[in-house]
Design a protein around this ligand. Sequence first.
Ligand code: UN1
Length: 501
Amino acid sequence: MNTQEIYAALGLSDADVKGGDLKVYSPIDGAEIAAVKMDTVAGTEAKIAKSVEAFKAWRNVTAPRRGELVRILGNILRDKKEALGSLVSLEAGKIYQEGLGEVQEMIDICDYAVGQSRMLHGLTIVSERPLHKMREIWQPLGPVGIISAFNFPVAVWSWNAALALVCGNSTIWKSSEKSPVTALACQKLFDMACAEFGDDAPAGLSQVLTGDRDIGETMVASESVPLISATGSCAMGRIVGAKVAGRFGKSILELGGNNAITVTAHADLDLAFQGIVFGTVGTCGQRCTTTRRLFVHEDVYDDLIPRIKSAFAGVSIGNPLDENTLMGPLIDEDSFNNMQNALEVAKSNGGEVTGGGRTLADEYPNAYYVNAALVEMKGEMNNIKTETFAPILYVFKYTDLDDAIHRQNDVPQGLSSAIFTTNILEAETFTSETGSDCGIANVNIGTSGAEIGGAFGGEKETGGGRESGSDAWRGYMRRMTSTVNYSTELPLAQGIKFDTE
Ligand code: UN1
């Protein structure tokens, strides 16, 4: 599919992708693929007002019927999987398989949300007072503001939107300025779903905001938006979280990761090898769950590390739309510069760097393809505490598992972690209260590629929010505790006597 065919399949017209001020360049070759119109602050306020009206109508639609809209959206995504997956490759530079995987993640969360639409249930609680009943009722919240990053330009919207919608909320999505076209495409697919669904879906139920930071700031500051769900860097989340808290809004923050794999002396090294290579080079190191640090037991270090080095050297790098490519480009020049700076810092601290340089520069002078870097940390520096959004794997040798776990945890971020071991004592220690402190702690699976059924997110500077599966839906609702008295007396809680006669 060429660019025009992709746009046509997704319902994007010239009016959507031409003539605007925000130019979009494909990371594949640096070519301009679109010039989209940007929202203004006033336009953003108007969209928020429209979202409030949409919410007022949508909350009255029954939850299973709301699920029906999400079911239709999931079916449209099935039909458009190849086109949307290709657009993800074109705009974000992911390999086609990962573009398809991202759309599959959208389909999966739609299915999940459809089921959830019949399970928005609360507790019944016994009362201390006679002839009283207590229950929890989960109510729709209002417009949900979604902020997403370029690296998962469509799936992150769907994790939030599918749940927000079945919970009775409207949504407003500020996509990354690096990936506005995929957002516009999702809006087209959503509009198709609404058309098929019928009049119950109010205008403005889901809207996209395209533009710079000021647009996002307007949404974050708005008291009409009770929940902001933001996925992206810790720096962004620090600002967004504080602003939303300042107006007593709710936020779901899913921010940076500095994810580690620990390989013990009892590991199945073949499994570990596969998990590490995918975790590092997948999405060209630009997942929040990318494997960034590796702690390897001294007994298996010399078996494992040379294998990873040669795998990194042999990974097929190139146009992400080519079937044989395993690693596409970095998103842009800034990203490349950040990677090179990080490697310089590692070198000056005794790190031995293998790979990590630019490649294919002759073929793609305006794009940034790199070899994955493996950095053996042999100097004093026994940890790396910052996240660089690029394929760099820092490797540390360890002797004692407690020390490896301590170093894994001794960073500001707490998203994903993994251990490779066939020893049950080690595995259970890793997932115990003294083990990993991350939101995700895997055994014999790498750090990236979580399924949508689990709650997704992490601790510390990762922000503490949870998106996607498990009971994450509750984050999109308002909890109401309701006590009903069906007696003819009015006993007070805690046995308080208060005689008004
Ligand atoms: C992200 O990079 O923001 O677990 C999300 C994974 C994907 C989601 C990554 N399911 O790697």
